[in-house]
Write a protein that binds this ligand. Structure first.
Ligand SMILES: [Zn+2]
Length: 217
């Protein structure tokens, strides 16, 4: 790819795959080994930028940066970190829409490694299984903590919930601001991006309308 093609893909913010593109050897290194390697690489970047790493304020930055990447921002790359999504029998026979709204979302754009900040709304209509509501928040948090594309984030949450809840009737909506749009490139401070992904009965416009009305409640 030449430099122009690289720019074009980043600015379009598109992804072709609903799976995070991970290599097979992604978890061969331990967390501590990853931190040590990233620390070294980031020190190189700072060096290249001309920064004085012997300065008291800067000397710890490569380590802080590496630890933040591995343990805080991108812990969701590791499938072992996926929250336990225990479900319960739908004993009440509740067959109406459940909406978990305004779930805080912190992610990072995989094209620029800059923050994506916003919120998610998740809706489902139970069949035989229901799930603890906080599990939905945890699942959003888990998938958000990877280098992401907003569309893919929506799809990954939707698919996982469909599997766990054993129903296609799941909707995921995300509205977020992308720092790579507000702080560089077009530098638009006001725009945000909304993505919606759904399956099952949410394909019907009137069911989606009920979801949208519930957001205003
Ligand atoms: Zn970006």
């Amino acid at each position: 790819m030449d430099a122009q093609q690289i720019e074009d893909i980043g600015d379009a913010h598109i992804s072709t795959n609903s799976e995070t593109p991970l290599r097979n050897d992604a978890f061969v290194l331990s967390q501590d080994e990853k931190i040590a390697q990233i620390q070294e690489h980031f020190a190189q970047i700072m060096q290249t930028l001309g920064l004085d790493l012997t300065d008291d304020s800067l000397s710890g930055t490569p380590y802080r940066f590496a630890k933040m990447y591995v343990k805080e921002l991108f812990y969701g790359l590791d499938p072992a970190m996926c929250p336990k999504l225990s479900t319960f029998d739908n004993k009440y026979g509740f067959r109406k829409m459940v909406v978990e709204k305004d779930i805080a979302l912190d992610s990072s754009c995989e094209h620029h490694f800059l923050p994506i900040v916003g919120h998610a709304h998740v809706a489902y209509i139970p069949k035989e299984k229901v799930i603890g509501l906080s599990k939905i928040n945890r699942l959003v948090d888990y998938y958000a903590h990877r280098p992401q594309v907003q569309e893919r984030l929506c799809i990954q949450i939707r698919k996982k919930l469909q599997m766990v809840l054993d129903t296609q009737d799941v909707l995921v909506m995300i509205t977020a601001k992308h720092m790579c749009v507000s702080s560089r490139g077009i530098k638009d401070k006001n725009s945000s991006t909304t993505t919606i992904d759904y399956g099952g009965v949410f394909q019907k416009a009137e069911v989606r309308q009920e979801f949208h009305s519930s957001l205003e409640a």
